[in-house]
Write a protein that binds this ligand. Sequence first.
Ligand code: B12
Ligand code: SF4
Ligand code: SF4
Length: 226
Amino acid sequence: MKEKIREAVISCGADLCGFAGIERFEDTPDGFSPADFMPGCKMVISFAVSLGKGLVKVPPRLVYAHFNDINCIKTDLIAFDASKKLEEQFGCTAVPIPCDAPYEYWDIEETEGKGLLSMKDIAVKAGLGTVGKSTLLLNKRYGSMLTLGAVLIDLELESDAYAEDVCIKGCRKCIESCPVSAIGDNTVNQKLCRQNAYGKTARGFDTVDCNLCRTVCPVNNKYLKQ
Ligand code: B12
Ligand code: SF4
Ligand code: SF4
């Protein structure tokens, strides 16, 4: 059944799909575990949608900003469609999780947000990749060029194996490229990153002024040079 569910999620438009049993989330902070979110959740499905390669060849300000957002919308639509499909085909309950916004937690002084659930943590536990020094999820095929999504279900299945670490030993490119030194020891200073990376045009359109920690990563090269 697991492979049929994987196929169903992939057929909705995902590039990768993995599975993590609820027991893998015992270490998540209170209020942020899939079980807190959906009582009766037994399995977390993580999936990922790749970004086009051309998006890193142009300044991020408008083109990447727009299509990175579109990929988030696409990811949410896949979560929504896949949930309905799984409910119809497998008789389970399936809850799609927003891949980015909206979320509840917001520290106004530190301008620090926390996702409803951590998409990176879910992806790691479902074997999609590992978290690099950039704090981004790195997959051996796509590097960090992925938007991450999730669906919670009440079916019991076997978890996928954890992935091997692909962040390169001795490499510090993401840390050194950050114009505001926002990346520390497995953390990002959200205030510094937000001030540098996000803005608006004179007309009021949202901009992304920096995505360097994502684009300089050599783990992306295999995908970008394909
Ligand atoms: C808030 C947020 C930000 C903040 C903080 C980023 C960060 N590193 O946490 C800011 C504004 C800085 C940011 C910037 C960017 N972001 Co952002 N962001 C988010 C968001 C909405 C929540 C992340 C969060 O809660 N962070 C707080 C920390 C504490 O949580 P965490 O790292 O996820 O969790 C770790 C641990 O704390 C612990 N843990 C375990 N369970 C849980 C549960 C919770 C709720 C928490 C808090 C912690 C936790 O394990 C986790 C894994 O190591 C997620 C979407 C989501 N729902 O996950 C996208 C997300 C992380 N962002 C993403 C992206 C692409 C970016 C940018 C590249 C955008 C850009 N400029 O182009 C930059 C990269 C900056 C960077 N190096 O991180 C992608 C990352 C994709 C990938 N391949 O990893 C995500 C996953 C969106 C998505 N659905 O794809 N982002
Ligand atoms: S997006 Fe830019 S400012 Fe934010 S952590 Fe990455 S390199 Fe630094
Ligand atoms: S740039 Fe280097 S250190 Fe940073 S995540 Fe990629 S491989 Fe790891």
